[in-house]
Design a protein around this ligand. Sequence first.
Ligand SMILES: Nc1nc2c(c(=O)[nH]1)N[C@H]1C(S)=C(S)[C@@H](COP(=O)(O)OP(=O)(O)OC[C@H]3O[C@@H](n4cnc5c(=O)[nH]c(N)nc54)[C@H](O)[C@@H]3O)O[C@H]1N2
Ligand SMILES: Nc1nc2c(c(=O)[nH]1)N[C@H]1C(S)=C(S)[C@@H](COP(=O)(O)OP(=O)(O)OC[C@H]3O[C@@H](n4cnc5c(=O)[nH]c(N)nc54)[C@H](O)[C@@H]3O)O[C@H]1N2
Ligand code: SF4
Ligand SMILES: [Mo]
Length: 826
Amino acid sequence: MSVSGSGSSDVAGRGWGPAVGRRSFLQWSAVAGGGVGLAACTGAEEGQTAAQALAPAAPPDRTVWNACLVNCGSRCPLRFEVRDDQITRVLPDDTGDDEIGTQQIRACVRGRSIRQRIYSPERLKTPMRRVGERGAGEWEEITWEEAFDDIADNLRRVLEEYGNEAVFQAYGTGVIGGTIINSYGPYGGAIQRLMNILGGSLTYYGDYSTGCITEAMRVQYGGWTDTNSHDDWKNSELVVIFGNDPIENRMSGGGEVFVTQQTKKKHHTRVIVVDPRLSDTAQQLADEWVAIRPGTDVALIAALAHVMISEDLHDQEFLDSHCVGFDDEHLPEGVPAGSSYRAYVMGEGPDGIAKTPEWASPITGVPVATIVDLARQIGRAAGPVAVMQGWSAQRQQNGENQSRAMFTLAAMTGSIGVPGGGTGSREGAFMLSLAKPFDAIPNPVTTQISHFTWTDAIERGPEMTALNAGVRGADRLSVPIKFIWNYGGNTLVNQHSDINRTTELLRDDSLCEFIVVIENQMTVSSRYADILLPDLSNAEQMDIINQGHAGTMGYTILADKAIEPLYDCRGIYEICSEVAARMGVEREFSEGRTQEEWVEHTVEETRKTYPELPPFEELREMGVWKMVGESVIPLRDFREDPEANPLPTPSGKIEIFSEEVWGNAKRWELPEGERITAVPEYVRTTEGAEAARAYTSYPLQLINKHFKGRTHSTYGNVPWLQEAHPQRLWINPADATARGLDNDDWVRVFNDRGATLVAVKVTPRIAPGVVMLPHGAWYDPGPDGTDRAGTANILTSWHPTSLAKSNPQYSTLVELEKTTAPDLEA
Ligand SMILES: Nc1nc2c(c(=O)[nH]1)N[C@H]1C(S)=C(S)[C@@H](COP(=O)(O)OP(=O)(O)OC[C@H]3O[C@@H](n4cnc5c(=O)[nH]c(N)nc54)[C@H](O)[C@@H]3O)O[C@H]1N2
Ligand SMILES: Nc1nc2c(c(=O)[nH]1)N[C@H]1C(S)=C(S)[C@@H](COP(=O)(O)OP(=O)(O)OC[C@H]3O[C@@H](n4cnc5c(=O)[nH]c(N)nc54)[C@H](O)[C@@H]3O)O[C@H]1N2
Ligand code: SF4
Ligand SMILES: [Mo]
């Protein structure tokens, strides 16, 4: 049988119709007929109104602890009320109180609407094999036995023909909170375990979240370094936030929203937010908003440094004792004078340009007086200054230097490693760390690419070398990627850059020969599968959950199975066990344990570190277990005694000048016009602020923030959330007027890579010349190929950043024109 779209079989026999495409709530109910769509979500009877359906009609049989496992950074316990094997209601954590450290971890709107995801009409229902061209969405339903055989045959063939380096688990964070059902390869999980037993697979360094800052931290601090946890604002004189948005990112009411709001309320610490948008954080927590053009923080910071140096407002003593290369007197041996950060800032370096506020203002869009005032507020603060950053200032071309400049500003304040200060990085949180017996098998393949360059590895694998593409662990790739496991991820298409180019690449099955997708929903990545497997949702199985960001609270959740598997779905543990059996390694894979026994084993192993953690059965009853920790203050020991506690950098100090990058700048083969720099310089880029104003074709800078209506693309098909948080392009009134646009008008946003249709939100909350399209909307091409969902990655570029080879998705230039609302049925 050949079917289009999602699996149409109705194995569970509950009256779910065939899956429909992306639709609004009303269309959805209408198409599904008589409110069946909603009924599917609520367990309501046909013909009931929404209000009747939402009212808890009859008491539940039982309440089961589970959790929201998506990658928002928070991780909330959920309590599922279950009646007749259907989740009828979702409740939040009800343990703890309203104090930081013992707070309730209250789920946000997304977690609380998880029923609409679990019971979505787009849920995959049965295993399927592609029959038409890859991506065309034509399938035949197959049995699980056929699916397992097919996967094992192809895996064996690829391993024999090309070797282990040809197999790749794609980036996927849809189930990042899980331990056994963890979708994020770098944390381990079932697929990585299976591949490691089979001789390993190609992996990656860096990630879509933090590719540039991770490399910046390695260069400057010697490795991953958080800044102080948000609760520590109580000790700060001033908090300066570069593009961090804790109110809209990681939205758990027990996490960052709660901790930042409570701390601000109690301690009234002055907060300045530097951001192209008046973010929800700027709106709720800031005393001052500095509107900046994306990607120009590094220029702003150079000008702040110019003022601070000129007016002697920096902590020279700390820079002398703890840092390398702030000034020419503290450069590594053999490096010529004029190479330090101070020389760069004061115009004593090779470019001879003083980075004055007058120099920075036209680049950044920040007025000269504001720059001077900001430098004086930072430099003259009577106590510690907490400089911190989010991650989107670094999800850009030159993102590495954006991050490094922020670390350097933190060093200039001398507030690193002390209460109330910070490293200039993103906030840390006290964490409970689970034992990971399931992930104990190492990967024999040591070759790595950057997370972002997997499309290049499909296209031109062996051309990629250490010097031209940042390959690590080997001089070059030996083979292209030929086999992809895609579990709980949508970076296969939707979340990776340049969707038109990616889909063209994936359509050609002579390049990547076999793609297995394991999903809950018919996403665009699902469409590019050769074998598409319907996974269980977290409600249908048990796991032990990794903690998310909650300031000074450590916790874990025992997420229990709440309902029986829906349709013909099976879980990742069973899937990998069955493939392992066909590859002759079932025993090594399972070690004789069921999934539940692995969870129990994990709890028992974790109890060796945390003896207070209750045993398995007790924990299962409790659901969530919390421990009170302390504020996180990274680099405290180093601050106190840098000689006794050196950093893992070559010099043991904070490397504002990096000798490694200085050397690589001469060795690496970079594309024409690109530079990597030993100190955090502002570098002009092809899709940066200056290019926007120089080009006539694409004069707007597009950023694509992490949005309250979704976690990336997950929850993107939930009608309640689509209604509450509609997809809109933010645009400044000046830019809207110039294009004849009013609020809610539809526009076509385009550049050379593609086009998308979306309605606008005209608002002074975004800087002129900048537009913002929340990322993660579900790609929905119309008949002419134009996307109709407002999908950001139709516009972004594959070209990686220079140093980290990372995703520069916020360095995207576009233009837009008024159009009419699309016909979604076409
Ligand atoms: N333009 C642009 N692109 C970006 C970003 C950006 O800022 N701008 N951000 C980047 C960042 S930081 C990240 S982390 C990535 C995130 O990209 P991804 O890691 O791909 O995250 P999601 O888009 O949420 O996709 C997760 C998938 O998991 C599926 N899923 C959810 N639950 C389950 C489950 O129980 N089982 C299975 N099998 N699947 C499940 C969901 O349906 C969804 O398709 O996106 C990156 N892409
Ligand atoms: N609700 C929700 N929360 C999430 C996620 C989600 O999808 N939804 N995703 C999670 C994940 S995986 C990640 S990686 C994090 C991402 O965390 P971030 O990357 O920090 O999140 P963003 O919201 O994209 O950006 C934060 C702020 O930076 C601003 N900004 C953009 N460009 C610049 C710039 O050049 N300079 C300055 N100063 N500011 C800039 C944006 O306007 C925004 O207000 O969020 C996590 N939290
Ligand atoms: S999306 Fe994040 S904040 Fe919201 S419920 Fe899930 S884990 Fe909690
Ligand atoms: Mo991320």
